[in-house]
Ligand binder design. Structure first.
Ligand code: FAQ
Length: 308
């Protein structure tokens, strides 16, 4: 055991990747399963808010783009469940935990999508925040997670641009369209900042995850990076970010911003956000209705094995 532990520590120290065959401390395994599963669940639950608009997209072009984006999210969920499986868990077990409330998914997907402008704002802000958080995870110490993240980030980057392009189009449209965009920005700005997790002082996992190089930056560092990135993008778009305290701080060389409503965040995590119950009920129903597909796939695989 001491040899294995020393090997693990050397791997982390030298910035090399931990692979599925390697011995890892139980805490590392649990942390990776927790983070990867939460991330996978977020991708799968995250299909719902935008999926809600596929049948009502305003043109064939917008429908095709949205359909492709939501399919990408399903793909991301599947790579991530596969990455989690390399740690000795399985997808059925993780799905069961999701639909019984035993594992979390990102708070952001518990808010409703009220107009088509929300589709653009999710692309711009939610995918933007996801990229900001996930690009450093391409250097995460767990090999299968870091590698999955490379492809996911490339696709998220396309998602972010399609959202921004949609909003640019709407901002060049009618007064009502511009108002729809502003209203969507007002509703999504603060929840997007909450995606980065609690403030560092209240983040129980950050210190250990940084030591294991699972996380490369703290929650507050990434939140600040996202604010700094978003302000010029909002200016270029012609929208206001709904924070009267947002201002450039020349001595810090960063934007200062107002306090987040952490009670709202905690409440959403407890299951009391506007759409928590609906999101889980929908996922549970889809899982139950898909039981025959899983049974058929198992029967087909067994038949193939016999005839092989
Ligand atoms: N929502 O100690 P920390 C996407 C939990 S992007 C819910 O700071 P950690 C793409 C946390 O799990 C969204 N729970 O935790 C897309 C922990 O709970 P636990 C997904 C949250 O792990 C775009 C507790 O609070 N991205 O899906 C949240 O060090 C558009 C204490 O927190 C990822 O998952 C939250 N916002 O840092 C799809 C990225 N924040 O388990 C569709 C990978 C924290 O101890 C459409 N994950 N919690 O009971 C990470 O980078 C990290 O896990 C953090 C949290 C930064 C999220």
């Amino acid at each position: 055991m001491p040899d294995l532990e020393a090997h693990f520590e050397r791997t982390i120290e030298r910035d090399q990747r931990v692979e599925p065959r390697d011995w890892v401390p139980e805490g590392y395994r649990k942390t990776m399963i927790r983070q990867i599963a939460q991330h996978a669940h977020s991708e799968i639950i995250g299909m719902q808010p935008e999926g809600n608009w596929i049948t009502r997209a305003p043109s064939l072009r917008r429908k095709a783009i949205l359909l492709a984006k939501v399919q990408d999210e399903a793909g991301h969920g599947l790579y991530l469940y596969s990455a989690a499986e390399t740690l000795g868990t399985d997808r059925a077990e993780l799905t069961e935990k999701l639909i019984t409330g035993g594992q979390k998914y990102s708070s952001i997907f518990n808010y409703p999508t009220l107009t088509f402008a929300d589709v653009g704002v999710i692309g711009w802000l939610v995918d933007g925040a996801a990229i900001c958080n996930q690009v450093p995870l391409c250097r995460s110490s767990y090999g299968p997670y870091a590698r999955a993240m490379i492809r996911i980030c490339k696709e998220e980057s396309f998602h972010q641009r399609q959202g921004y392009e949609l909003l640019m189009t709407m901002m060049k449209g009618t007064r009502q369209q511009r108002e729809m965009v502003q209203d969507a920005v007002n509703r999504w700005w603060w929840p997007s900042l909450m995606m980065f997790g609690p403030p560092d002082a209240d983040s129980p996992n950050t210190a250990q995850s940084m030591a294991w190089k699972v996380k490369r930056h703290t929650n507050d560092e990434l939140r600040q990076r996202f604010v700094d990135m978003s302000v010029p993008q909002a200016d270029a778009l012609g929208v206001r970010l709904p924070d009267p305290e947002l201002s450039w701080n020349a001595s810090r060389e960063h934007y200062d911003f107002g306090a987040l409503d952490w009670d709202e965040f905690k409440n959403v995590l407890k299951g009391n956000g506007p759409c928590n119950a609906q999101r889980i009920a929908h996922r549970r129903r889809a899982h139950e209705e898909g039981a025959w597909v899983r049974e058929a796939a198992v029967a087909h695989a067994a038949k193939k094995e016999v005839s092989a």
